[in-house]
Design a protein around this ligand. Structure first.
Ligand SMILES: NC(=O)c1ccc[n+]([C@@H]2O[C@H](COP(=O)([O-])OP(=O)(O)OC[C@H]3O[C@@H](n4cnc5c(N)ncnc54)[C@H](OP(=O)(O)O)[C@@H]3O)[C@@H](O)[C@H]2O)c1
Length: 218
């Protein structure tokens, strides 16, 4: 499978690229800076240069090329309200439109639990982040693409456990970025999971079993 990762130089994006390569997939991805491109190239990932805030859908579609699937895991990462709107919101919409133009049907969006940390009162910028992510979810569900929305709990930079809790509704806790990446890779390789919103947090189920348990029975 050829997978184009939006956010390939990011933490989840980088782990996802490796997880996909381990399965024999070819990975390309959007990056902003030349030095990131060199690092990706050295890891066998094809960098394609552009910035989500300035690319048009047609421009991004050209970079996507003949990919079989797109994963959107970019994010402003707390860089402020405007950046969140531009990257997590408008950027995700640009990527959905680019998928349509490029004729890439399979699209996986990394989102967030809508109720993430509501008890912590993290302020208006965090509320804005949650609202923007939800808006991007809505755009993708209305796109007609073969989509999956994955909502990970709070991300940890710890070694992956290989086990998770995955389903349409989970309690928001924590999950390692490695487990998110491995779950994304497994979801991409399970065509029977389509047009589903799945929440992911730490748990005891091996990732492949957790993914298979979400295949809808007809
Ligand atoms: N942190 C959490 O607890 C949490 C929880 C749930 C969901 N999420 C979501 O998980 C996703 C991945 O998180 P992460 O920790 O892997 O984030 P990350 O390490 O900050 O990676 C984000 C990536 O987005 C890229 N990006 C930002 N602005 C861009 C632009 N204008 N054009 C192109 N690329 C751009 C960054 O590129 P540069 O390297 O050039 O900056 C980076 O590669 C995000 O969508 C986040 O909202 C996070």
């Amino acid at each position: 499978m050829k997978v184009f990762v939006v956010g390939a130089a990011g933490r989840v994006g980088g782990l996802l690229a490796r997880s996909l390569q381990d399965r024999g997939d070819a990975v390309s991805g959007l990056v902003r800076r030349a030095e990131q491109g060199e690092t990706l190239r050295a890891a066998g990932i094809e960098p394609r240069f552009g910035d989500l805030t300035t690319l048009s859908p047609a421009g991004l579609a050209e970079l996507v090329g003949d990919a079989d699937a797109i994963v959107f895991t970019a994010g402003a990462g707390g860089a402020g309200r405007e950046a969140t709107t531009a990257i997590d919101g408008d950027g995700a919409r640009t990527a959905v439109e680019a998928a349509r133009i490029a004729g890439v049907d399979r699209f996986v969006l990394v989102s967030v639990f809508p109720e993430a940390w509501r008890e912590r009162d993290l302020g208006p910028d965090f509320d804005h982040y949650i609202a923007v992510k939800k808006d991007a979810d809505v755009t993708l569900t209305r796109s007609g693409l073969d989509w999956i929305i994955l909502r990970p709990a709070a991300l940890l930079d710890e070694p992956g456990r290989g086990t998770v809790a995955l389903g349409p509704a989970q309690i928001h806790e924590t999950v390692t970025r490695q487990d998110v990446a491995d779950t994304l890779a497994a979801l991409l390789h399970e065509p029977r999971i389509s047009r589903q919103i799945l929440e992911l947090t730490g748990g005891d189920t091996p990732i492949l079993d957790a993914v298979r348990a979400n295949i809808r029975r007809s």
